[in-house]
Design a protein. Structure first.
Ligand SMILES: NC(=O)c1ccc[n+]([C@@H]2O[C@H](COP(=O)([O-])OP(=O)(O)OC[C@H]3O[C@@H](n4cnc5c(N)ncnc54)[C@H](OP(=O)(O)O)[C@@H]3O)[C@@H](O)[C@H]2O)c1
Length: 245
């Protein structure tokens, strides 16, 4: 139980990678704020699963692209749990479009949901972080290193996440706050459910470990970065890609 008595706030925790992170941190003993946007029922299922395993969790709603919504949610979490030790920014959206069809609306939505959310949530939790030992883990993407056609805006928004991660680590280190990121490659979630089978096969063949990621593969890496075992790691993005890159 590496996270006994810790309080963790996980965005994007109603589904996919964020849900796996919430379950993992709870399994390590943390009390978890399961943050969802539109899928309340899915978030409640994550909470019930955690409680059913003897853990502590509660669901909170926020639109991570909207700083007022994030502020209100963080205040509710702090009122419920007293403080926040671990922030995981896992909420994100992917909208695919070739260069000629990129819209201002899609650019705005992806940058606000994927990158501004990191700023908004980090700002919101700062007053509630303990004097020492707090940490933030962001979710980037392997596409920062190797964008695919159609992923330009999403990949750029995740590039912004990397730079925010590294910059905030510099600024917050003096407070004992570590800031890191994980960069998954294709992971089996709703976000990747539409990838054609032939590309899945090709990606699997190119992955040294011979399979694609499950959300739990990413969650375990996040749990490591959020634990004291990673106490000397900050300002880093860890590739969680089975060797694919
Ligand atoms: N899956 C991959 O292959 C992959 C690879 C690299 C990086 N990533 C990144 O990993 C993270 C998780 O991805 P995933 O595959 O688990 O995605 P997913 O299954 O599509 O789930 C997305 C999650 O983000 C939440 N979310 C979306 N927009 C939001 C908003 N405006 N405010 C608050 N929450 C919002 C959703 O909440 P509701 O359902 O409640 O609306 C949901 O919990 C994302 O940052 C994604 O970019 C994924």
């Amino acid at each position: 139980m590496k996270m006994k008595d810790k309080i963790a706030l996980v965005t994007g925790a109603s589904r996919g990678i964020g849900a796996a992170i919430a379950r993992k941190l709870a399994g390590e003993g943390a009390s978890v704020a399961v943050v969802y946007n539109g899928n309340r029922n899915a978030a409640q299922q994550v909470v019930q699963a955690i409680r059913g395993s003897g853990g502590q969790a509660a669901a909170f709603q926020a639109d991570v692209a909207d700083e007022a919504s994030v502020q209100a949610m963080v205040q509710q979490v702090a009122a419920a749990f007293g403080r926040i030790d671990i922030l995981v920014n896992a909420a994100g959206i992917l909208e695919v479009a070739p260069v000629g069809q990129i819209s201002r609306e899609s650019f705005h939505a992806q940058f606000y949901t994927n990158a501004w959310s990191v700023v908004a949530a980090t700002q919101a939790v700062l007053p509630y972080l303990p004097v020492t030992g707090a940490c933030i883990v962001n979710v980037s993407s392997s596409l920062v290193l190797q964008p695919k056609p159609g992923s330009a805006v999403y990949s750029a928004s995740k590039g912004a996440v990397d730079v925010l991660t590294h910059s905030f680590a510099l600024e917050l280190g003096a407070r004992g706050i570590r800031v890191n990121a994980v960069a998954p490659h294709i992971t089996r979630t709703d976000m990747t459910a539409g990838i054609p089978p032939e590309r899945i096969q090709a990606e699997t063949a190119l992955t040294p470990l011979g399979r694609l990621a499950e959300p739990e593969d990413i969650a375990d890496a996040v749990a490591f970065l959020a634990s004291d075992d990673a106490r000397w790691i900050t300002g880093r993005t860890i590739l969680t890609d089975g060797g694919r890159m």
